[in-house]
Design a protein around this ligand. Structure first.
Ligand SMILES: [Zn+2]
Length: 129
């Protein structure tokens, strides 16, 4: 299941036709809604990334030198379904740390967390004595 609960992302797709392959460049720009690492409320994070794919019509597959994925199509294929690639690119573009700006977290949750933190410190100190 995806950790993204909502999103609005514009994708610009540019295709360049080379003699032996197609180069597909993608530009993603928008936001995704994910859970805050600190208070567990939802927040919107920016999704902005440039990436791409190569499409070949032969047996060469895997990754190219510049890290682009290489998709292999049969010469008879006339469509390319980008769904799973876009799903992957959006998830890769999410920030590692997802937290509200300082002071914008759910206050109730932060108050509870602070109570637990204080209790933990106290019990740790009493064990030391
Ligand atoms: Zn938060």
């Amino acid at each position: 299941m995806s950790e993204i609960t909502g999103s609005d992302i514009k994708v610009r797709v540019t295709m360049i036709k080379h003699a032996q392959f197609l180069e597909i460049n993608l530009s993603l720009d928008g936001w995704a809604e994910v859970q805050c690492d600190r208070c567990l409320d939802f927040l919107k994070v920016d999704v902005a990334t440039e990436t791409g794919l190569y499409v070949r019509f032969d047996e060469t597959s895997g990754e190219d030198d510049d890290g682009y994925d290489v998709i292999v199509l049969s010469p008879n294929d006339s469509e390319l379904d980008m769904t799973s690639y876009l799903y992957e690119f959006v998830h890769l573009a999410l920030p590692v740390r997802r937290v509200h700006p300082e002071g914008k977290c759910n206050k109730d949750m932060i108050t509870r967390l602070e109570q637990y933190l204080v209790k933990d410190t106290e019990s740790f100190q009493s064990q030391e004595r």
